[in-house]
Write a protein that binds this ligand. Structure first.
Ligand SMILES: [Zn+2]
Length: 235
């Protein structure tokens, strides 16, 4: 991969300089980027790119043929251009808060019920989490949200560290995702929330749980058999 992803070490980086590695029409690859690309249930960042007198808007980021490519609103950037990049911080910060909230809720559901997390999708307005659980009642889920909010109130530190695959495979706490880690991941990025939760993760997060704000449960759905889905938002 040609792009160094700056947000993996610093989720708060909002502006940086980069060089265009390749440009095909509106699709551009950079040598480094703090624009999140759509992956792992977190939507891509928006933002702007300034090159000389020209300004471009970033409208999408994704992985195509192993490279991370950003779609901009018009053509004009070319290989070798030096550009200034700025993240749309309001959108990104909301998604960071949503993402840390998702880990708190997953941690709480897993702690209280032992359920495995099967999926999730973050959005600006509301986010959803899927898990597998036989016995399902609203009071139990209310309890999980209450526990997640207690962790917000405790203002736990959210931290990132990298471990070898071998070390990560020995950590029983990482087993709450039904899918497990893809085999090709050799260097594992671990996201810890105090000693409440740890997950392998490639997303962007706030640095302390107080920043999440209050998590509120919107809806619980039964998707048949033991498939459950909850929707939450942030106040
Ligand atoms: Zn995550």
């Amino acid at each position: 991969m040609k792009t160094e992803l700056l947000y993996l070490k610093d989720s708060y980086l909002k502006e940086w300089e980069a060089t265009v590695v390749s440009a095909k029409g509106k699709f551009v690859v950079f040598d480094k980027s703090a624009f999140y690309y759509t992956s792992g249930g977190q939507p891509c960042d928006h933002g702007k790119i300034v090159c000389g007198d020209e300004e471009y808007k970033v409208v999408f980021g994704g992985k195509f043929d192993g490279e991370i490519s950003y779609e901009i609103d018009k053509e004009g950037l070319k290989e070798g251009d030096t550009v200034q990049c700025v993240v749309d911080w309001e959108r990104r910060y909301r998604l960071m808060r949503m993402h840390t909230a998702a880990h708190l809720v997953c941690g709480a559901v897993h702690n209280k019920t032992g359920a495995l997390i099967t999926g999730g999708q973050l959005e600006i307005e509301k986010s959803k989490i899927d898990f597998s659980l036989e016995n399902f009642d609203r009071a139990l889920i209310d309890d999980c949200i209450k526990l997640a909010n207690e962790m917000v109130e405790k203002d736990l530190q959210v931290s990132v560290e990298f471990k070898s695959r071998e070390e990560a495979d020995k950590m029983p706490q990482l087993s709450k995702l039904a899918k497990g880690l893809p085999a090709e991941i050799k260097n594992v990025r671990l996201l810890s929330i105090g000693d409440f939760d740890v997950q392998a993760d490639g997303g962007t997060h706030v640095k302390s749980t107080k920043e999440v704000g209050k998590i509120s449960l919107l809806k619980c759905d039964n998707k048949g058999a033991s498939r459950r889905r909850i929707y939450y938002t942030l106040e």
